[in-house]
Design a protein around this ligand. Structure first.
Ligand SMILES: [Zn+2]
Length: 87
């Protein structure tokens, strides 16, 4: 049963910087000192990180990200906050 204290992790949520930092850590690698994304083209890392955070509604958060046209981890990292702020 879902606890009613769960929250959607929007780009203005207090955990957003933590999600962003952890996504950056897992996704960005340097090849010949150029940033290179390890994104798999899905939201698997985002989901893994969301699940590790307390009181976050993972499903609703993913629906929000898809609504912001973020369908993979690097799009969440790069595009979500921008699209959220432009709404
Ligand atoms: Zn991607």
């Amino acid at each position: 049963m879902k606890s009613n204290t769960t929250e959607v992790l929007t780009p203005s949520h207090k955990y957003w910087p933590a999600l962003r930092q952890r996504l950056n850590d897992v996704l960005v690698t340097y090849v010949n000192s150029k940033p290179h994304s390890k994104c798999q083209g899905d939201l698997s890392q985002t989901i893994k990180i969301l699940r590790s955070l307390h009181n976050i509604d993972v499903e609703e958060t993913i629906i929000l990200f898809q609504g912001l046209e973020c369908f993979c981890d690097c799009e969440v990292l790069i595009g979500a906050a921008k699209k959220w702020n432009n709404k």
